[in-house]
Design a protein around this ligand. Structure first.
Ligand SMILES: NC(=O)c1ccc[n+]([C@@H]2O[C@H](COP(=O)([O-])OP(=O)(O)OC[C@H]3O[C@@H](n4cnc5c(N)ncnc54)[C@H](O)[C@@H]3O)[C@@H](O)[C@H]2O)c1
Length: 256
């Protein structure tokens, strides 16, 4: 069997075609897990090919998290190919439009919830029976510093990330008797496409946005691998006594 911190385990990473999800897929594969990437972007196939080139077991499955049939079929394929699912990283999310509460439309609000909250619910719902059957499993939900504290933007995104935090705590309690751990990771600003899109659309320009964000993060901005390493810890048995927790990975943003 391959050596590593998650050797022999089967993992699903949603939103693994790029950014934090891609880094998490890479770290899990490097540490011995078989990895399935769920994403709407075909780039997920390139990530899976790159992982296979290193000798890892990896596959890309096109899954739109707004479609329950996609989620069910994707999880069934992983269970058939890898035998079970030991690790679920609920990473995919969108920020949605950057409008204030009195400006955002109900459709815009609903879309952020449909992907960030309902998507997380759907993957957990369909993976949990597999984990309960083996009395073991680790679910890692990506919340955000925006799920812990407020700021002057993205009200719907904040609401979804707060919801993900409480879904984490409740599922941690409900599934502990079944050997399943559920934890949340709360990244600060991390240099991914999502973050750079926010920078590009900042009214005062990208450079002003980056300078402002650096001041807010005493250790400076994060790299995707920094968050991926937190995910890896929670995925591995090193964290076997950890459930329902919030692992804040924010360079000190929320310490101030
Ligand atoms: N980057 C940051 O600064 C930051 C900060 C805090 C929290 N986060 C959280 O970390 C996670 C990853 O963020 P990121 O910066 O890597 O984002 P990203 O936009 O770079 O990547 C997100 C991925 O999710 C996928 N996705 C979106 N909608 C989907 C759907 N309906 N079905 C399947 N896949 C879908 C996208 O295609 C993309 O590959 C998110 O939950 C995000 O909220 C990021």
């Amino acid at each position: 069997m391959q050596a590593g911190r998650v050797a022999g385990k089967a993992a699903i990473v949603t939103g693994g075609a790029r950014g934090i999800g891609k880094a998490a897929a890479l770290r899990l594969a490097q540490e011995g897990a078989a990895v399935a990437i769920f994403d709407v972007l075909a780039d997920g196939e390139v990530v899976a090919e790159d992982l296979r080139a290193t000798g890892a077991r990896a596959q890309f499955i096109k899954v739109d998290l707004t479609q329950e049939a996609d989620v069910e079929a994707g999880i069934a394929k992983v269970a058939a190919d890898y035998g079970t699912v030991d690790i679920l990283v609920n990473n995919a999310a969108i920020p949605g439009v950057n409008k204030l509460t009195h400006e955002i439309t109900t459709d815009e609000w609903d879309l952020v919830f449909k992907i960030n909250v309902r998507g997380t619910f759907l993957t957990s719902k369909h993976v949990l029976p597999l984990m309960m059957a083996q009395n073991a499993g680790s679910i890692i939900n990506l919340s955000s510093i925006y799920g812990l504290i407020g700021s002057n933007d993205l009200p719907a995104y904040h609401a979804t990330k707060g919801a993900v935090l409480l879904m984490t705590k409740t599922d941690a309690i409900c599934y502990a008797p079944h050997g399943v751990r559920v934890n949340a990771v709360h990244p600060g600003s991390t240099k991914t496409e999502l973050f750079m899109q926010a920078a590009e659309t900042y009214p005062d320009g990208k450079d002003a946005y980056l300078a402002m964000m650096k001041v807010k993060h005493p250790l400076t901005l994060g790299e995707p691998v920094d968050v991926a390493n937190c995910i890896l810890f929670l995925a591995s048995d090193e964290s076997r006594f950890v459930t329902g927790t919030s692992l804040v990975c924010d360079g000190g943003y929320t310490a101030q």
